[in-house]
Write a protein of this length. Structure first.
Length: 536
């Protein structure tokens, strides 16, 4: 009872006469299941629940190839979600990651995906260095066919010469070495890609360099960049925000058709990110194939879901009156978080971002799978059928139509009538008889008791008696009882507790045949008697 009281003291408060609340948020420990949902700390003063900007499961599968019905997994994946730059890793363990101490992290929702982005400060140091292992795509000696490099970029400023990406290696050639490189750098507010001595003829006797560039890149705005190579066509394409902006052919003729040159990786291969770059980078990936399309929306269209753990209302006759949901919607544009706080509202917005709520109630904390979820509208009074001791609450989150904004939940309140047991009876008296004790008491001052439970035992406060009938005895709604079959000469201790039954809307007790006795209220003052031979 003490633990139960402490739980309600911490999780709920008196809402009105006979009504209480359980509050979820800003602490979300009671939210047990989270699918596609994360906590964000920059939207409101306290953490809120919001859609995660990457699908559930880490590392992600990448893309699904419809023709081959297979998942396309990255060769390298930097999510930047580890929270600290020194903990950045390639999720597929194909590359060793070295991070400069000057690199920092931008947390959600400023990042584009997940819960973090790499934040570069524009220095000339090497902020992130990736060294391929033997099984990596860019490992020395590899003859590449298809490949794709993609990432999200948020330039704070655009300075000529800032290097977004720089890969270099040394390839042996006729007793000497050729310096190979891939360079993606800022040139006149655009990103320019140069593949220097990267493509080789089948016999490696000839080599080819290619240069592609895209449209102007807007500062303080997220943009998606993807460059891919199709070895069957010899086609190199550069896409910005899903649109093809430039293409070149790695062929002997420089046009479609003819002999195709393909990449060959030299020695001392390494990849560097962010030299002299000021801004954020997120979700950096390399694939072993030419991807047909990129996932450009911030939030998955399927949304996400949370479910609470089992919450105890304290009594089987407790009734959920209503739920109240406080929240809004959030989006990030131009490096700023836009927050539309709706307060206690249905949380449905014009751009079709929305949240839907569900509850299920039971008299048992187990076997939830047999109990369906019931949709409820926040702020709307619920019918009297929402009754029971245990409750779970769930919420579905759906993004906006364009996938760029998410609803968020700041606080959820469950308002209920606790249906507390009536106070104990008074003036309990025990009269010893031969092998029996007669008990009587004054009725509980509440008008709602359905009956009384009589407890007895042979030690003070320990009512585990089984001499006559097992303790406790259900006396119904009587105010006296005779307990037979007790041992003469043994001192017995007795207590009486009232219990509450189902009630009509006016509060009057409604009998329910066959109903199990609920948990009792507080015990009465203890009475003592010793049965004696010859007592009448």
């Amino acid at each position: 009872m003490v633990l139960l009281y402490c739980f309600f003291l911490l999780a709920g408060s008196v809402y009105g006469l006979g009504e209480k609340t359980i509050t979820l948020g800003p602490s979300w420990e009671a939210v047990e299941k989270r699918q596609g949902i994360t906590e964000a700390s920059l939207i409101r003063p306290d953490p809120v629940l919001v859609l995660a900007s990457t699908p559930a499961g880490n590392p992600p599968a990448g893309y699904w190839d419809i023709e081959e019905s297979t998942a396309v997994t990255p060769d390298l994946y930097l999510s930047f979600d580890e929270g600290r730059p020194g903990h950045f890793v390639d999720s597929f363990d194909h590359y060793d990651v070295s991070v400069s101490p000057e690199l920092t992290v931008a947390a959600a929702p400023l990042c584009r995906t997940g819960t973090g982005a790499a934040l570069f400060n524009g220095t000339g140091a090497s902020p992130i260095v990736l060294t391929p292992r033997r099984n990596a795509l860019f490992a020395p000696g590899n003859h590449l066919r298809d490949f794709t490099i993609e990432f999200w970029l948020y330039p704070q400023i655009l300075e000529n010469g800032a290097q977004i990406l720089y890969w270099n290696a040394s390839k042996p050639d006729q007793g000497g070495y050729i310096d190979q490189y891939i360079q993606c750098f800022v040139f006149r507010n655009r990103l320019q890609w140069t593949f220097g001595d990267f493509f080789f003829s089948p016999g490696e006797g000839a080599r080819k360099s290619l240069v592609v560039s895209g449209p102007p890149v807007l500062p303080r705005t997220w943009s998606h960049h993807l460059i891919r190579f199709d070895a069957d066509l010899g086609l190199l394409e550069y896409l910005v925000d899903g649109k093809v902006e430039a293409m070149e052919y790695a062929t002997a003729s420089g046009h479609e058709g003819g002999e195709v040159y393909t990449p060959v990786i030299g020695e001392k291969s390494r990849l560097t990110l962010g030299i002299h770059f000021s801004g954020m980078m997120d979700d950096f990936r390399i694939y072993r194939r030419s991807l047909e399309e990129a996932a450009l929306t911030k939030y998955p269209s399927g949304g996400g879901r949370v479910e609470s753990r089992t919450l105890d209302l304290g009594n089987p006759d407790s009734r959920l009156i209503k739920i109240e949901a406080f929240g809004g919607r959030s989006s990030s544009t131009a490096g700023r978080t836009w927050n539309e706080y709706a307060g206690n509202a249905p949380l449905r917005f014009q751009d079709h971002a929305e949240m839907k709520f569900f509850v299920r109630i039971s008299s048992s904390p187990y076997r939830w799978n047999d109990i369906p979820w019931i949709p409820v509208n926040p702020g709307t009074d619920l019918p009297n059928t929402f009754q029971g001791r245990y409750i779970q609450v769930a919420a579905d989150f759906y993004p906006s139509e364009d996938g760029e904004t998410s609803p968020y939940l700041a606080e959820l309140r469950l308002i209920y009538h606790a249906a507390e047991a009536p106070p104990p009876p008074t003036q309990v008296t025990a009269v010893a008889r031969d092998g029996a004790v007669e008990l009587s008491w004054r009725a509980s001052p509440s008008r709602e008791p359905a009956g009384y439970l009589v407890y007895y035992g042979t030690a003070r406060g320990e009512y585990f008696g089984s001499t006559a009938v097992p303790s406790p005895l259900d006396a119904g709604n009587r105010t006296s009882i005779r307990i037979e079959g007790l041992n003469n000469g043994t001192l017995y201790y007795f207590a009486v507790a009232a219990y509450r039954g189902p009630t009509a809307p006016d509060g009057i007790f409604v009998p329910e045949p066959g109903r199990q006795v609920p948990e009792p209220g507080e015990f009465s003052r203890e009475a003592v008697a010793r049965p004696l031979r010859g007592a009448h």
